[in-house]
Design a protein around this ligand. Structure first.
Ligand code: GAL
Length: 416
C-alpha cells in the first residue's frame, strides 16, 4: 500500500469515526453509559415476548422477490401460522436499489413498490420487516445505511416498516481499518460498532413509529451486554445458522449461560429457524424448535411456506412449544446438566411451572431422566409431554423417556 492510499484511508477512517461520533480512545463506558439525552431507551413494550414471524434469507437468499414475500404472507395465513403467532414478514438482504441525488434509497426491480407490498402484508393482519447495514454495503453488496441513517429510518417509517434487522457487514472492514490506525486503543472497534448501532436506534425512535430493532453482528463483543442501551429488542448471539443438525445444535447448545441477559423486551437471538428446509430429520427439527423455545428465542421461520409439508407445519405450529417460547414470565432457560451426549435444559414458566428438555445428541436412542426435585418439585408434579401431546399424570421421583437419536422429549412440569 503506498503512502497516498494510506493517507486516503486515514482520512476515511477519521471521517467514519466522526460520522459515528466516536473519538479514538473513547473508553467503552463512554458509549455504554450514554449521556442523559440518550438515556437507555425503554423498548420493553415493543417486543414484550420474543418476536415471531418469517424471514426470506434461509430459503430464498439473494433471489427473493416481491411475489415471494406476498406468497409468504398468504401462506402464513392459510397454514395457520399467523394465528399461531408468526406475524412478522421480513425481507432480508438484496431488496435495495440505488440512492437518488437527494439521498433517498429506492428498492430494486424485484421490489417495484414497497408501499404496496407493505399495504398487502398489513391487509393480512401481518407486520412488515426489512433489512439494512450500518456499513456502506450490506453483506450481499447492496446499499447500506452508513451516513443515511435518519433518511433510511424515515423511509422505513413511511413504508410502514415494523421491524429492522441491522447487519454489521461492511462496517466490519471499516472497523479493521480503524484498529490498524489505532492499535493502542483496545476498544476502538467495539466503540465504533456500538455507536453505529446507537445511531440507527436513535433514528428509528425519532420516527415515532414502533419498530422492532434487531441487531445482527454475530455476537461480537457480547451484544447482550449493550444491546438494550442502543434500543435493540433482540441481538444475534452467533454466526449464521444453516440447515444442518451439526450447525444448529452447535449454536443452540452453545447458548448456555446467556439467560440472565434476556427478559421482556430484549432477547438473545441464536438466529432464524431452518425447520422445513429439508436437511434435518423431524427429530432434529423438534430439537431445533424445543431448544429455541427453551431459549426464549425469536421464532423466525425461514422455509418456503408454499411447499411446507404437514410434519414441518406441526413442528412450527405446536401451540405448547410456542407457549413455552412466548411465556410471559420472560425468563430464558439454561442447561441443567450434561452427561456426554445427554443434555438436559430447563426454563421457568409462569404459574410455577417449568419446561424441561431431555435431549439426546448421540447417534442411537437413549434413556434420559429428570429428577423432579432438580426442577423444584421434590414432592412430585404433574407432567405433560409437549410433542406427544400427552398428559403423563402426577409423577414423583424422576421421569425417564427413551429419546431418539438427535431427538428431544419436551416436558412441562407443574404443580397442578
Ligand atoms: C448475514 C446474516 C444473515 C443474512 C445475510 C444476508 O450476515 O447473518 O442472517 O442476513 O447476512 O446477506
Amino acid at each position: 500500500m503506498n503512502r497516498h492510499t494510506d493517507m486516503k484511508q486515514s482520512a476515511l477512517i477519521v471521517g467514519l469515526l466522526a460520522a459515528l461520533a466516536i473519538v479514538p480512545g473513547t473508553p467503552v463506558g463512554a458509549v455504554e453509559s450514554a449521556p442523559a439525552s440518550q438515556a437507555v431507551p425503554d423498548v420493553s413494550r415493543i417486543a414484550p415476548t420474543p418476536p415471531m414471524g418469517w424471514n426470506s434469507w434461509n430459503h430464498f437468499a439473494g433471489r427473493v422477490t416481491d411475489a415471494d414475500i406476498r406468497s409468504a404472507a398468504d401462506f402464513l395465513v392459510s397454514t395457520g401460522m399467523r394465528d399461531a403467532g408468526y406475524v412478522y414478514v421480513n425481507i432480508d438482504d438484496t431488496w435495495q436499489g440505488k440512492r437518488d441525488a437527494s439521498g433517498v434509497l429506492h428498492s430494486n426491480e424485484r421490489f417495484p413498490d414497497m408501499q404496496a407490498l407493505s399495504a398487502y402484508i398489513h391487509s393480512k393482519g401481518l407486520k412488515f420487516g426489512i433489512y439494512s447495514s450500518p456499513g456502506a454495503r450490506t453483506c450481499a453488496g447492496y446499499e447500506g445505511s452508513l451516513g443515511h441513517e435518519a433518511e433510511d429510518a424515515r423511509l422505513y417509517a413511511a413504508w410502514g416498516v415494523d421491524f429492522l434487522k441491522y447487519d454489521l457487514c461492511s462496517l466490519r472492514e471499516d472497523m479493521k481499518k480503524a484498529k490498524a490506525e489505532h492499535p493502542d486503543d483496545p476498544d476502538v472497534t467495539k466503540n465504533m460498532m456500538i455507536a453505529a448501532y446507537h445511531k440507527m436506534g436513535d433514528a428509528l425512535r425519532a420516527t415515532g413509529h414502533t419498530i422492532v430493532y434487531s441487531l445482527c453482528q454475530y455476537g461480537v463483543d457480547d451484544p447482550w451486554k449493550w444491546g438494550p442501551s442502543v434500543g435493540a429488542s433482540m441481538w444475534r448471539t452467533t454466526g449464521d445458522i444453516s440447515d444442518s443438525y451439526a450447525r444448529m445444535s452447535k449454536i443452540g447448545f452453545n447458548q448456555a449461560g446467556l439467560a440472565a441477559f434476556a427478559g421482556a423486551g430484549h432477547w438473545n437471538d441464536p438466529d432464524m429457524l431452518e425447520i422445513g428446509n429439508g436437511r434435518m430429520s423431524a427429530d432434529e427439527y423438534r430439537t431445533h424448535m424445543s431448544l429455541w423455545a427453551l431459549l426464549a428465542a425469536p421464532l423466525l421461520a425461514g422455509n418456503d411456506l408454499s411447499k411446507m409439508g404437514a410434519a414441518d407445519r406441526q413442528i412450527l405450529t405446536n401451540r405448547e412449544a410456542i407457549a413455552i417460547d412466548q411465556d410471559t414470565l420472560g425468563k430464558q432457560g439454561d442447561r441443567l446438566y450434561q452427561d456426554g451426549d445427554l443434555d438436559v435444559w430447563s426454563r421457568p414458566l409462569s404459574g410455577g411451572r417449568v419446561a424441561v428438555g431431555l435431549f439426546n445428541r448421540g447417534e442411537s436412542p437413549r434413556d434420559v431422566s429428570i429428577e423432579l426435585a432438580k426442577v423444584g418439585f421434590p414432592g412430585g408434579a404433574r407432567v405433560r409431554d409437549v410433542w406427544k401431546q400427552k398428559d403423563l399424570g402426577r409423577r414423583s421421583g424422576s421421569v425417564t423417556d427413551t429419546v431418539p437419536k438427535h431427538g428431544v422429549t419436551l416436558l412441562i412440569v407443574g404443580p397442578q
